[in-house]
Design a protein around this ligand. Structure first.
Ligand SMILES: [Zn+2]
Length: 728
């Protein structure tokens, strides 16, 4: 081949091979970004992930404990060594919860003293650690009661309706409920029991849900054994998360606290979790009617509703009160745009050892920060600032992140690009990526550049997982029959239950959540530990390593992009889907009469007209499409004028803030986002204010909420048009 022929080939090939394409980057910067990402991906190792994981899982470290506070200092010291900047431990004096003592005894018809502890497992030395707590529920009140026990299935309102129909009252009695059938947050079970007038709630793990009915149990398999106790808080953080005594403001030292009696998120009922070992004698000795078929469990006898002959004595002593929680904060200051922040976080506190929850995430975070520190030392400082936090008290009421988010809400609203949360990094190989819809396309694109331990790209592995779950019927409802396409891969239905909540629902920041999962029956028990991770969850620490890489690449794309990779057309089509689903689910209520009842020539009049909202969504979508086109053109053409980039980026950061209604959703003023919310069960709830009003058939409020939504869409459409005019 002649030299000139080679040269012309190179000219043709160069743009394709040398210039990577990444959403939000000019071709030249995309090439540079790919090099930085390759470097980052090469740093985390399975051995280091395992070493860090062992440090965090060596001892129990519940929120407020000495060990958890020592781990805060450990993280601070490591981050300083790794090269993070402005590393600081922030103190919040919050209303905390600690167990003092508890006993449970059945007095009649037979005597049984509950164990309330987990038995050591052969081969798992940690499970014999004397520092392991007994059975306790965070935020239970103290008290003592002797009363009959009623089996109330999952403890949801409809379960009590059924009990009432069977002539069984739970007033002054102890209710025994089970976890997760269908899944509902234990705090909602506690609130429901409190509203029903029960004296106490016991919540147990039926082997049907997470034990031998599912498969082999620990130490021979990943499922929960006879003695495993799912601890957990019952805080009503679906009303307002964080410290119950500082709703809406930060518990910095010296802050004002309201009395606990006035705190709406503080439970007023005793509660305790049980292993099935301890629940079995209670269930076995119940009298009363036979429980319905779908209330039966896997314990091998017929479950009854109880309520009469069985007498149980329950005593719980708690030590609840103000105590310090500690958030560790560090950053790598941006080289060009230090006042634009990409925020990341993981909680540190665990119910016991936290093998999966959260120490797998904490280990991944420590390898990520080491990698980022290494890049910085090699001259690869991100353009924007990376802020990274180790949260405290997530398990109690999303406490540390909420207080921190409330403290810095104003600064975050002006500076934050997005928040990336990793709670549990891995309990198995199945990837689940969550994102607000504007960031879903960039998350899918990012997954293409990572290698899954199976040998596939993470993108292909993700697709396979989504397809499998679709087949099993466990997928989110947004995957339709025509397969799992890219637009449906990321889960855009974001409820509560982890540290992203304050950033999305209170501050108005776009959020991303990353997690690998699998068969996992030891959640919140003492068996969620190093042994479990090394035998079942992630024996080679490959998924921990992949999480560090994925988390890092996602953060760097947001930190280094020329134009932030938001896709508002994608956002619009998501919101349209939410509205369509709301209309379909409430079709009967929203229209006064069925179509057949309408006289010929007469118009069918809806009780709530969603047409103005749908029109506003259409306008937002076309503005989003036009902006996508203009920005793509700008990026392809090469270097972006910094002034234009600042205008466009700050404008795009404002879009998420504009979804906030300052007065909040009806009845829950802390929750300000009008697109995303959570039900009391923690389940995702789209268009929360509007949906709850429609479901309650409160048409004046529904109309008001629809108008708030329409106006927010209009405001964001106007904003996108302005940005497009600037960028054209
Ligand atoms: Zn967690």
């Amino acid at each position: 081949m002649t030299l000139s022929r080679l040269a012309s080939l190179a000219l043709i090939l160069l743009p394709v091979t040398a210039h990577a394409q990444i959403l939000g980057f000019t071709p030249a910067h995309a090439t540079r970004e790919s090099q930085i990402e390759e470097k980052l991906k090469s740093i985390p190792t399975p051995d280091e992930e395992r070493r860090q994981h062992r440090i965090f899982t060596a001892e129990p470290h519940v929120a407020g404990s000495k060990r958890n506070n020592e781990l805060a200092e450990y993280i601070r010291d490591e981050w300083k060594k790794q090269g993070l900047e402005d590393v600081i431990i922030r103190e919040y004096d919050v209303y905390g919860t600690n167990p003092k003592s508890a006993s449970l005894e059945m007095l009649a018809p037979v005597r049984y003293q509950a164990v309330l502890r987990e038995a050591p497992l052969p081969g798992d030395d940690d499970s014999a650690n004397p520092a392991i707590s007994g059975a306790w529920s965070g935020m239970s009140i103290s008290g003592e009661v002797t009363a009959p026990v009623v089996y109330a299935h999952s403890g949801n309102p409809e379960d009590y309706d059924l009990l009432r129909k069977s002539g069984i009252s739970v007033k002054g009695k102890i209710v025994l409920v089970r976890y997760s059938n269908p899944y509902s947050y234990r705090g909602f079970k506690a609130l429901t029991a409190q509203r029903e007038g029960a004296a106490a709630m016991l919540v147990y793990s039926d082997p049907q849900e997470d034990g031998y009915k599912k498969g082999r149990v620990d130490p021979d398999g990943p499922w929960g054994p006879e003695y495993h106790i799912q601890r957990g808080a019952i805080t009503y953080d679906f009303m307002v998360p964080g410290d119950p005594t500082t709703p809406g403001w930060a518990s910095v030292p010296g802050a004002k606290h309201i009395p606990i009696e006035q705190a709406i998120s503080a439970p007023k009922i005793m509660a305790m979790p049980l292993s099935w070992h301890d629940a079995k004698p209670l269930l076995e000795n119940m009298d009363g009617p036979v429980a319905p078929k779908d209330w039966q469990g896997a314990l091998g006898f017929t479950y009854h509703l109880g309520g009469e002959q069985e007498k149980v004595h329950l005593k719980i002593e708690m030590d609840n009160g103000i105590q310090p929680y500690y958030v560790v904060e560090g950053r790598i200051r941006g080289s060009e745009l230090p006042d634009e922040w990409v925020v990341m976080g993981n909680h540190r506190d665990a119910w016991v050892f936290g093998g999966v929850d959260p120490s797998s995430g904490t280990a991944s975070m420590m390898e990520l920060t080491r990698s980022l520190g290494e890049l910085k030392k090699q001259g690869m400082r991100p353009r924007r600032t990376l802020v990274i936090c180790s949260w405290d008290g997530e398990e109690i009421g999303l406490t540390g992140s909420t207080e921190w988010g409330e403290q810095f809400a104003d600064e975050l609203r002006s500076k934050a690009v997005a928040y990336i949360n990793v709670d549990e990094a891995t309990s198995g190989p199945n990837f689940h990526g969550q994102a607000v819809a504007s960031l879903a396309p960039m998350l899918v694109e990012t997954s293409r550049t990572l290698q899954d331990p199976s040998g596939k790209s993470l993108y292909d592995a993700w697709k396979a997982t989504a397809a499998r779950e679709k087949e099993e019927g466990t997928q989110s409802s947004q995957m339709n029959d025509s397969g799992v396409n890219d637009g449906q891969l990321a889960d855009t239905r974001i409820g509560s239950g982890s540290d992203h909540t304050v950033f999305l629902n209170f501050v108005g920041m776009p959020v991303i959540g990353l997690q690998f999962d699998g068969d996992y029956g030891v959640y919140h028990s003492a068996y969620d530990d190093f042994y479990w991770m090394n035998h079942f969850g992630d024996p080679g620490y490959k998924y921990h390593t992949l999480m560090s890489q994925l988390w890092g690449v996602t953060a760097l794309r947001l930190a280094n992009a020329d134009l932030l990779p938001f896709d508002f057309a994608s956002y619009a089509s998501n919101v349209r889907q939410f509205v369509d689903e709301l209309a379909t689910a409430n079709e009967k209520n929203m229209w006064g009469q069925p179509p057949s009842a309408v006289q010929p020539g007469e118009d069918r009049q809806p009780r709530l007209d969603l047409k103005p909202v749908l029109d506003a969504i259409d306008a937002f979508e076309s503005a989003g499409k036009r902006l996508n086109e203009s920005l793509t053109r700008k990026l392809t053409a090469g270097p972006i004028d910094p002034k234009l980039a600042a205008t466009v980026n700050h404008g795009m950061m404002q879009v998420e803030r504009n979804w906030l209604n300052p007065v909040g959703i009806p009845g829950r003023p802390w929750f300000k986002h009008i697109l995303y919310g959570a039900r009391f069960t923690y389940a995702h709830l789209e268009l929360p204010g509007l949906t709850e009003a429609v479901e309650a058939k409160d048409w004046p409020i529904a109309k008001q909420q629809a108008e708030i939504l329409r106006r927010a869409l209009e405001k964001n459409t106007k904003l996108l048009i302005e940005l497009n005019n600037a960028a054209k």
